[in-house]
Design a protein around this ligand. Structure first.
Ligand code: DC
Length: 244
């Protein structure tokens, strides 16, 4: 989750945040849009840190489900989010000393994560944790509200999207490869429900930031999407350097 901390761009810190903080590239978008793969690919090339903010909501949901806690009870969920004993070790996610990297990736946990994410208390509890990922030389942050709420001063905001059908087909392929048996129809239904909840909630709803670039990846390869984001970042970095 945190690639090595060395900037290939040298010490000029191109596109640094407004208060001289490390630059953030915000990659938001709906479930299974490919934003995670794009964000991770960009982070690897730039050797930036990487935040998969959805995993935090998934951890809260997973913990609640495994404790038999009510997914509708804000107070309990907020306490759970505040005291979350989770750590990110490379690509592994450890919760209460147990490797839960794969366990939090199931469609059930994803749906429960979307339900716990509607609560302002839960979102507030996870805010500081997310901002702590902003470290030199920079951060690529992936989620739903990276550009709108968590890092409003991100130097580049990309909203990655794709048709619901294409997203369901991609998720289906991923899950089948991991040995899960699931139908495209049920995934499409889940994705539509999740979109409606993530976009319709009152607190930090999923929507492109006013200054975001919308990247529709329907029919576009991951490599081309990564190249597009890198090109935009390099343009911005170049402009920042010329201004200084
Ligand atoms: O990206 P994901 O599928 O792992 O996210 C799971 C859920 O977590 C998603 O449906 C809504 C919630 N989420 C959120 O509300 N805000 C974020 N920044 C990231 C995820």
């Amino acid at each position: 989750m945190t690639p090595p901390s060395r900037s290939p761009e040298g010490s000029a810190r191109p596109g640094a945040g407004r208060r001289g903080e490390p630059p953030v590239i915000a990659v938001d978008g709906p479930a299974a849009s490919g934003k995670g793969t794009v964000a991770l690919g960009v982070a690897r090339v730039l050797r930036f840190h990487y935040l998969d903010s959805g995993s935090l909501y998934r951890l809260v949901a997973y913990r609640a489900l495994s404790q038999g806690a009510l997914i509708e009870e804000e107070g309990g969920l907020t306490a759970l989010a505040t005291g979350l004993a989770a750590s990110f070790e490379g690509e592994r996610i450890v919760l209460d000393g147990r490797d839960v990297t794969l366990a939090i990736r199931t469609p059930e946990v994803g749906a429960a994560a979307s339900r716990v994410a509607v609560f302002p208390g839960v979102r507030r509890a996870l805010l500081v944790r997310q901002r702590a990922f902003r470290r030199p030389p920079g951060l690529v942050a992936d989620g739903r509200d990276m550009g709108t709420v968590v890092f409003p001063d991100a130097v580049l905001k990309v909203y990655v999207t794709a048709s619901a059908e294409e997203r369901a087909a991609r998720r289906h392929k991923q899950l089948i490869e991991k040995g899960n048996s699931v139908t495209i129809e049920s995934l499409l239904r889940d994705i539509r429900e999740r979109d409606a909840r993530d976009m319709g909630r009152a607190e930090a709803p999923l929507k492109p930031a006013a200054d975001a670039i919308v990247l529709d990846t329907t029919g576009i390869s991951i490599e081309a999407s990564i190249a597009f984001v890198l090109e935009r970042y390099r343009q911005i970095s170049g402009e920042a350097r010329t201004e200084t």
